[in-house]
Design a protein around this ligand. Structure first.
Ligand code: ADP
Length: 451
């Protein structure tokens, strides 16, 4: 096991990783920007090192500064968390060159699965169903038009290196496709440093279902079942749950098995998520592979009892996955609400600033993953998520009741948060029935005059 790990991230995930390290007896070094200088979680690290000013490019995205901190603190490994540098193969490579273990996949495995076009190739070979669409990237407009004619409209143009719900364009006919291809290429080049785009069938009424997988350095891959993340706004997840309501178990079993096979085929070591869209007939189509731990990993931890972050650290240190596939059982139901510092009645306007009141819920089956507390100032520089409320219960109905109860206890002020939106959703009859599609929330917000 490692002696000392550097955490190249901030906020709740930095704290989550610190907790895992502490339980493993591993020392932690946390880096921070001046915007996070007063964050209370830094006190829980064995050492905290300032790596620069607020803008991410000068701190959390600055590879040279993070490596300097790692060398200064003499760490054996770096955990990148999610976002920031977590999916950058060049960062994983720099770590290797500096003889620091990157807690995540090798640059090679990341190259195979992190690129959406490459991942589709591996997926096909592993019998993982993918969307009908272009074979690889499309260069010319005519090529895109030809593929679209074959698969039928609507189609979606996506960036091979895209992420965070950006770089996607939906086209309902040939004219819009023609008008958008070169724009999408230019945009992708500017935003992701890679202009490659591809097209695939656009699914109108889909659910987002993803599979958590762990791979290790000994050729093992184990899946930890699925999560349903269909409650989204602007392609960003808002509520996640596990297991997926109403999904035929035989079907999901096969999808999960194939997802694990895909991870294994890429010699992948670490935590990965294979994301799918599921249509009304419960056909699955792979979207992409996320080559890192995800925001919503706790719902899987709650239903399987597997500590995904600890596993990722153990795997990086060379240990095999601690559980066998046959022992990974689904126990009960878990729901996660992402709590963001935003006003959902004002088009989700960010609401940064000082938190005076913070009364977090508790009790049986209630888990809070957060770095916030009374006296914490939410900096305006970063993602607005200030915590996650995760509730577990023996079944979905009780998990909803528990989430509702916990949200009622939850008091934050004077900043605005998305707690009221989550409460609305726990009362929403469509959500309670289960199986809403990925556009449901946006439709509901619009109907309520919040869209
Ligand atoms: P990102 O890497 O930016 O998160 P994804 O490929 O994971 O991009 O897609 C994010 C979201 O965009 C999906 O959850 C879904 O809501 C929507 N989306 C992506 N591809 C399609 C598609 N082919 N049909 C319908 N919706 C899609």
């Amino acid at each position: 096991m490692f002696r000392r790990v550097l955490i190249a991230n901030r906020g709740e995930i930095a704290l989550r990783i610190m907790r895992a390290c502490r339980e493993l007896g591993v020392e932690t070094v946390c880096v921070y920007s001046t915007a996070d200088r007063d964050a209370p979680y830094l006190k829980l690290a064995d050492r905290a090192i300032c790596i620069g000013p607020g803008p991410s490019k000068d701190s959390y995205l600055n590879i040279a500064r993070i490596i300097s901190a790692a060398e200064l603190a003499d760490v054996d490994a770096i955990h990148p968390g999610y976002g920031f540098l977590s999916e950058r193969a060049d960062f994983s490579e720099v770590c290797r060159d500096c003889k620091i273990e990157f807690i995540g996949p090798s640059p090679e495995a990341m190259g195979k699965l992190g690129d959406k076009v490459e991942a589709k190739r591996y997926a096909k070979a592993a019998k993982v169903p993918v969307f009908p669409g272009s074979e690889g990237a499309v260069e010319e407009v005519d090529e895109a038009v030809e593929v679209a004619a074959e698969i039928g409209y609507p189609v979606i143009i996506k960036a091979a290196a895209g992420g965070g719900g950006r770089g996607m364009r939906i086209c309902h006919n040939e004219a819009t496709l023609r008008a958008n291809i070169s724009k999408a290429q230019q945009e992708a080049a500017a935003a992701f440093g890679n202009g490659a785009v591809f097209i695939e069938k656009f699914l109108e009424h889909a659910r987002h279902v993803e599979v958590q997988v762990l791979g290790d350095k000994h050729g093992n891959a184990v899946h930890l079942w699925e999560r349903d993340c269909s409650m989204q706004r602007r392609h960003q997840k808002v509520i996640e749950e596990a297991p997926g309501p109403g999904i035929e178990r035989k079907k999901i079993e096969e999808v999960c098995k194939n997802a694990a096979r895909l991870i294994k085929s890429a010699d992948y070591a670490g935590a990965a998520t294979v994301e799918f869209l599921m249509d009304e007939k419960q056909n699955f189509y792979m979207l992409e592979v996320n080559t890192r731990v995800q925001v919503e990993h706790p719902v899987t931890e709650m239903i399987t009892g597997v500590d995904i972050v600890k596993e990722s650290i153990r795997i990086a240190s060379g240990e095999p996955i601690s559980v066998k596939q046959k022992d990974v059982k689904v126990n009960g139901h878990a729901i996660e609400c992402r709590i963001c510092a935003e006003d959902h009645t004002k088009d989700f306007m960010p609401s940064a600033g000082m938190i005076d009141t913070w009364r977090a819920p508790g009790g049986l089956g209630v888990r809070m993953d957060t770095h916030a507390s009374a006296g914490y100032r939410v900096p305006p520089n970063y993602d607005s998520m200030i915590g996650k409320l995760i509730c577990w219960a023996p079944d979905r109905e009780q998990a909803i009741a528990r989430t509702e109860r916990a949200l009622r206890e939850f008091e934050v002020g004077p900043i605005k948060t998305t707690i009221p939106l989550h409460l609305e959703m726990m009362h929403n009859s469509d959500f309670r029935r289960g199986g809403v599609d990925i556009h449901y929330l946006e439709r509901a917000l619009k109907a309520a005059g919040h869209g």
